[in-house]
Design a protein around this ligand. Sequence first.
Ligand SMILES: CC(=O)N[C@H]1[C@@H](OP(=O)(O)OP(=O)(O)OC[C@H]2O[C@@H](n3ccc(=O)[nH]c3=O)[C@H](O)[C@@H]2O)O[C@H](CO)[C@@H](O)[C@@H]1O
Length: 370
Amino acid sequence: MGSLRSAVLAGGGTGGHIYPLLAFADALKRHFPDVRITTLGSPKGMENELIPPAGYDLRLIPAFQLPRSLNMNLLRTPDRMYKSAHAAGKILEEVQADVVVGFGGYVSVPAYLAAWRRDVPIVIHEVNVPPGVANRMGMRFTKNVAVGFPQQPQQAESLRDARVVGVPLRTAISHLDRAALRPHALYQFGLRPDLPVLFVSGGSSGARTINLAVAAAAKRLAHAGIQVLHVQGGRNDPFEVPNDLPVPYVVLPYLSDMQLGYAAADLMLCRGGAITVAETTALGVPAVYVPYPHSNQEQKRNALPVVEAGGGILVDNSELTPEWIEQHIIPLARDRQRLAMMGAAASRYGRRDGDEALLEFVLEAVAKAR
Ligand SMILES: CC(=O)N[C@H]1[C@@H](OP(=O)(O)OP(=O)(O)OC[C@H]2O[C@@H](n3ccc(=O)[nH]c3=O)[C@H](O)[C@@H]2O)O[C@H](CO)[C@@H](O)[C@@H]1O
């Protein structure tokens, strides 16, 4: 393995960009205990809540809104973009960056621009198809593109030559032994060991449709003997659940220790965010995926290969009603054999070594540039 003295990691907005960044930072630290790690974020993203508690240096650069489609005129539209790239450049110089690794989100663009102008190698990690606007812009400046899933290079021309490295997952998740942690997780949440647990999470910001549909099905789930562990999501409105249910229905605003949720879960109900899909499959958690309908079908593309492999089922956002939950989720949550088969299929699709594989790719990129 090569070496690194200073790395700048850029990625922000929602958890989907930040958790892989943090997992990669941890891998860097493990291999190079003296490496200087600097993360770049913008003032309003979830990075402000997630990165400082993880112990990494977070530098904020002025935010600017990217258009939804790629428009190279942006690079000529000075002001805000220039201000952000200038701020990123000053940080790259101060920390004498050997590499910039970008995970997407608005804040990655100024980092890519600043690195390109200073001949600092750039590595892009992309988990979605189509790739996000920020990363697509970054691809104008580097060929070092890594992706999270094996189908991505076939699905997008811009990713055709990308290296499949998997998704860096937090070690609490990638090293998780679900069965061993389960008793502790159930105890922590006040759940019973004798009844199945449906774990509900709409991704880092939460999902209104999922929250409301499951809450409205609370009585039916409870009377069928299904416990619910329901994470509302960082940026979502609270919802009402009856308080006289015969079995536990636990609502949490946000769960930092997601490994506990995965350990408690017999079945998951979730969106199809790329990192969520990487985690459920790495851990072999059978899941019902409800892709977010307004983002270019990216979440459906994330979940479909898992479903085709037998690791979960897919339902349209508009079809997720309390009746659908009663007809499909209740029988599934009670069918231990089917859940075990789905879990095994999910884990054949998933992988746990994305952090190490991305690190290897980054070191190769740095060595190539030297
Ligand atoms: C609406 C939208 O555009 N969503 C995008 C966003 O999703 P989002 O930001 O929701 O990201 P993902 O679903 O991919 O990942 C969510 C992450 O948050 C963690 N988590 C979640 C809830 C919680 O209480 N605690 C917790 O730790 C999960 O364990 C996971 O690590 O980024 C993903 C990755 O680019 C994209 O694929 C999604 O399409």
